[in-house]
Ligand binder design. Sequence first.
Ligand SMILES: *[C@@H]1O[C@H](CO)[C@@H](O)[C@H](O)[C@H]1NC(C)=O
Ligand SMILES: *[C@@H]1O[C@H](CO)[C@@H](O)[C@H](O)[C@H]1NC(C)=O
Ligand SMILES: *[C@@H]1O[C@H](CO)[C@@H](O)[C@H](O)[C@H]1NC(C)=O
Length: 315
Amino acid sequence: MHASVLDRVTSFFNLFIFFSLFSFLLEDDELNLTNHTCGLLRPIPFCFQKTRREEWEQVFEKQSKGEITTASEEQIRELSRSCSRGSRGHGGGESMWDIKPSSLTGKRPSHSNSHGRHYEITGDDCPQLRALDIEVGLANITRGSMMAPSYSTHANKLVVVVEGSGHFEMACPHLSGGQSSSSQRRGRGHGGRECGGEEEEGEGREEQEGEHKSRGYKQVRSRIKVGSVMVIPPGHPTTLVAGDDKNLAVLCFGINARHDEKVFLAGSNSVLRQMDELAKALAFGAEREKVDRVIGAQTDAVFLRGPSSRRISSE
Ligand SMILES: *[C@@H]1O[C@H](CO)[C@@H](O)[C@H](O)[C@H]1NC(C)=O
Ligand SMILES: *[C@@H]1O[C@H](CO)[C@@H](O)[C@H](O)[C@H]1NC(C)=O
Ligand SMILES: *[C@@H]1O[C@H](CO)[C@@H](O)[C@H](O)[C@H]1NC(C)=O
């Protein structure tokens, strides 16, 4: 347990660095991550044991702006540039730490249909990401559409809303998992009945804001808007629904990405479609034909028509 906490802290530290480095890769102006450079070293004097205490204090006295300080965009660009020059003591020549900038949205989307597009940079494209065991993705969900409910088998996802608004729903298997980000955002009002995706069987659903329990899963629901951050642990089925007026774009960091698999619970690539007949019969009480009809109804994958899109003419 402690090891995994440490893992997460380490991952987050790595992630943080990449958050800074990658901010310049994104072309979108509205994505302003330049403020996130921080005085991480100040609280850990034990790293500098060989230094005299007074010197140490002199050095770190200047670092008095708090844990999070501001760096200009130029400073961050310069940092990134010096990384890509390999000037970090890794010797000359090609190093795996040579960062070649690439644009997340400049390449072909990994998934695309009329309901949305998904771009990603994985360890295959960028060895630094593999070393950090992280992948970066950008999902741009068309207004009124949704992302099919899915869960990650191993990765912790950190999702940042960079454009638009909408809502997110997550099924949380731990009843005590109440610290999840959305519980703090309760009470903002919501747009009536909302779709929780096809992993729900509809029974015992309550028309309630926020969270409710069903079969040992606690449903967590929240409105999201630009700047909202969601932390989604592995094994937590999650769906994102774009608002009706604008596309919802989210930047997504997958931590522990190496052995991760994304399992979709709805859509034409749904795991339910791959269940064999006996498993289906056990899992669903209903007749086989009915189950197949329900599961097979969806022809799109990854990005689907949203719960309220019938009201909107498609683009
Ligand atoms: C990002 O924020 C910084 C500090 O607030 C500002 O100086 C800079 O112009 C902003 N960049 C963009 C692209 O909005
Ligand atoms: C960045 O920091 C500056 C000064 O601390 C603040 O005025 C500005 O709003 C911040 N920008 C963002 C995008 O958070
Ligand atoms: C999302 O897609 C819309 C429509 O194509 C586009 O205008 C917008 O810039 C995209 N957002 C991002 C963050 O890529």
